[in-house]
Design a protein around this ligand. Structure first.
Ligand code: PEP
Ligand code: MN
Length: 362
């Protein structure tokens, strides 16, 4: 292996292991000038570790800008040469994988519209057999975790060792505050399943607009994400795709500066002792809650017996509404959100119904 080649590989491994790992660049490569200029201004901030650019754009409807195609890869190669930043592009077909590899793209990413389609993920995986390149996998557009897990498995089975996860939010019907609802709990579940993989937040596609990027970024840092993939453009308002969510490289640098970076741990005995004490209290309370929930289910079973003897349905809407109203009012007084109360009681109610159903069926 040539010395230069070896040094690029070492460098890429260093970048891959960087925390926070900051990937930025335009939604789409538009012209050579636009890409080179974005890359240079990003590099000048000194805060970016990798350059992204969409070359092939999966658009929801035909007739929109669908990316410049393979010719943009040589611009990206040029940008890498000038700035020293490793590069990443989205790939969705075997041909795109081959083209990206020909032009020395350093990292590939699988987009949300591809993760939903096992045929496409498999095609990309097959094209990657025997290739040593890191791959980032975005969550699927819909909140189906199995598709995300499946995509990771397909890419891993192709022999790819460095796999990272990108959380870009989930689409939903109707207008929400976000372009793609973050559904943090789903993403965190995935992060906990794969603690060894870099877990990257994509605030651009979650927000769909500039004004709430900062708060999403802070939340991701607070939740111990490993970095960001965030779109930037020299002239955001006139971007050919995703104009509303892009920021200039300089604004991005300011946003990164404004983040309060938190670490997962600290070497202070007093801190650990205090935390340990509070955690024991939490464990104790959790144990008590479980005991009480167990008792609650036993009572539900007794009710089930009466219902069985009298041939009554399990679900009684009036009673259920009464429980929710009572709990919401009480919860409000002690600082529990309506949303939490509703989710919690839905879960308790479902469990209760299952216990009663067992009695009815016995
Ligand atoms: C993108 O990163 O520009 C993109 C198309 O994102 P997603 O796959 O998350 O929609
Ligand atoms: Mn985009």
């Amino acid at each position: 292996m040539q010395a230069a080649e070896q040094s690029t590989i070492n460098n890429l491994q260093t970048v891959w292991n960087k925390r926070p790992l900051i990937i930025s660049g335009p939604c789409s490569a538009e012209t050579e000038e636009q890409l080179l200029s974005t890359a240079q201004r990003l590099a000048a901030t000194g805060k970016i570790n990798m350059l992204r650019a969409g070359i092939w754009k999966p658009r929801t409807k035909p007739g929109m800008f669908e990316g410049v195609g393979a010719k943009g890869l040589s611009w990206l190669q040029q940008a890498k040469k000038i700035t020293g930043l490793p590069t990443t592009v989205e790939v969705a077909t075997a041909k795109q994988v081959q083209d990206a590899l020909t032009f020395d793209v350093d990292v590939l990413w699988i987009g949300a519209r591809t993760t939903v389609n096992p045929f496409s993920v498999q095609e990309v995986a097959d094209a990657l057999k025997g290739v040593d390149i890191p791959v980032l996998i975005k969550n699927p557009v819909n909140p189906d975790m199995e598709l995300w897990i499946g995509a990771v498995e397909r890419i891993a089975r192709a022999g790819i060792k460095n796999i990272g996860l990108i959380h870009r939010g989930f689409s939903s019907y109707g207008n929400t505050e976000y372009r793609n609802a973050p559904m943090w709990h789903l993403a965190i579940d995935m992060k906990l399943k794969h603690p060894e993989m870099p877990f990257i937040n994509d605030p651009s596609h979650i927000c769909g607009r500039r004004d709430i990027l900062q708060e999403i970024m802070q939340k991701a840092v607070d939740l111990d994400y490993d970095g960001f993939i965030i779109e930037s453009h020299i002239d955001p308002d006139n971007a050919w795709s995703d104009a509303k969510q892009q920021v200039t490289p300089e604004v991005l640098a300011e946003m990164l500066d404004a983040i309060i970076w938190r670490k997962e741990d600290v070497k202070s005995e007093a801190y650990h002792a205090a935390l340990e004490k509070l955690r024991q209290q939490i464990n104790q309370l959790d144990d008590e809650l479980m005991q009480i929930l167990g008792q609650r289910m036993k009572i539900a079973e007794q009710i089930g017996k009466y219902k069985k003897e009298n041939n009554i349905t399990i679900l009684q809407t009036n009673r259920w509404n009464e429980i929710i109203e009572r709990a919401t009012a009480k919860g409000d007084k002690i600082g529990l959100s309506k949303d939490f109360i509703s989710k919690y009681f839905d879960a308790v109610h479902m469990e209760s119904i299952n216990h009663q159903k067992n009695v009815l069926d016995s």
